[in-house]
Structure formats: structure tokens, C-alpha cells
Design a protein around this ligand. Structure first.
Ligand SMILES: [Zn+2]
Length: 197
């Protein structure tokens, strides 16, 4: 196969949707870039996405369609539901990244030292299971997302009474359950109860 024939073949594929493992080009022809890997001189796609051939610089890359939109990253603002609370940590099931609902299951952890700039004694004063929180991702390792709520816009967006499950209302004395009268503590956002999700 001549070089001319193989480049024509590559160009036909530009913009095409490719799957992981799909052959894209040979290394004599293109250099592997983001979203690709090389095996025995052949460049393959490493992700689900759209292939692009930079003919000027002779580079081939695959722009991932899934990862960009659906995976939380360091710096992302996320919404999640608190699944469990211990004195130093809360576990969070992340269901929204930026404004996009995600389909995968991503777990986040909020540590008591990342709740607010000043000292917090216990996570039980911050959130309770079932609450919805808004947080930013501060680190990620092996798909474990460490969260922070150190901002006025971050914290509990919706809180539910730990006794009866009713949504708590923000009153001067704290978070108040309109059904059973219980007063609870939270680290809530400024727009508590008004956020859309
Ligand atoms: Zn209640």
C-alpha cells in the first residue's frame, strides 16, 4: 500500500465516531496524540469519541465524547446526595456535574477540614444523610473525588429532618422542621431551598 493511499484512507475517517481499540493510522504516517495508544506500530483509539487528523503536524487524536461532559474533574462544581455521615467525613453520591446530570455512579468524600475556612468540630453539624449538597472537586484519585464546601455558595442546598424526613426550613434559630419542630444544624448555602436541580 502506498503512502498516498493510506493517507486518503485516514482522511476519510476524520471526524468519524470511533470506539476503543479501533485502528486509526500507522506511526510512519501520524504521531499518536491525546486519546490514542500505539500497539505494534499501529495507532488505536483509547476512548469513545471523534477522531481528528492534524495533517499539518501529522498528529492523530481522539476527542472523547463521554469523558468531557460526564466525569467530575478537579475544579468541577458538583451536586450530590449525602449517603452517610461520620464525625470526620461525609460520603456523597455525585449526580450532577456543572449543569449536566451524569449517568455513572461517582462517589465523593467531604472531610471535616474542607467544610469551611474556620474549624468545624463534627460532620454531624454540617450535613445529614439524604441532604443535597453543592461542592467543588479538590482532588481525584482512582475515581474517588475529594470535595470542598469552603465557599458561601457551597454547602447544603436541601436538607431533610433527621427525625421525620421533612424538608427543613431556614429560620433565625437554625434549620427548622415545619412538621415535627426539630431544630438542626447544617452548613447551608446562601440560596438554601431555592436552588434548581
Ligand atoms: Zn421533622
Amino acid at each position: 500500500m502506498s503512502l498516498k493511499q493510506s493517507s486518503q484512507r485516514s482522511e476519510r475517517k476524520a471526524g468519524q465516531f470511533v470506539l476503543p481499540g479501533e485502528r486509526l493510522a500507522v506511526i510512519e504516517e501520524f504521531a499518536p496524540d491525546a486519546g490514542t495508544y500505539v500497539k505494534e506500530g499501529v495507532i488505536h483509539s483509547a476512548v469513545v469519541g471523534q477522531v481528528s487528523f492534524d495533517t499539518q503536524n501529522k498528529r492523530v487524536s481522539v476527542h472523547s465524547l463521554i469523558h468531557e461532559a460526564l466525569v467530575p474533574k478537579v475544579g468541577s462544581t458538583v451536586l450530590g446526595q449525602v449517603t452517610s455521615v461520620q464525625s470526620e467525613n461525609a460520603s456523597v453520591r455525585i449526580f450532577k456535574v456543572a449543569d449536566k446530570v451524569i449517568s455513572g455512579a461517582f462517589s465523593g468524600v467531604l472531610h471535616v477540614s474542607d467544610v469551611q475556612p474556620d474549624y468545624v468540630e463534627s460532620m454531624f453539624d454540617v450535613c445529614q444523610p439524604g441532604d443535597v449538597i453543592r461542592a467543588t472537586v479538590i482532588s481525584e484519585k482512582n475515581q474517588a473525588y475529594h470535595l470542598s464546601t469552603k465557599d458561601k455558595n457551597l454547602g447544603v442546598v436541601y436538607a431533610f429532618c433527621s427525625r421525620c424526613g421533612y424538608m427543613l426550613e431556614l429560620k433565625r434559630q437554625g434549620m427548622h422542621c415545619p412538621r415535627c419542630g426539630k431544630i438542626e444544624r447544617r452548613k447551608m448555602v446562601l440560596d438554601y431551598g431555592k436552588a434548581m436541580f
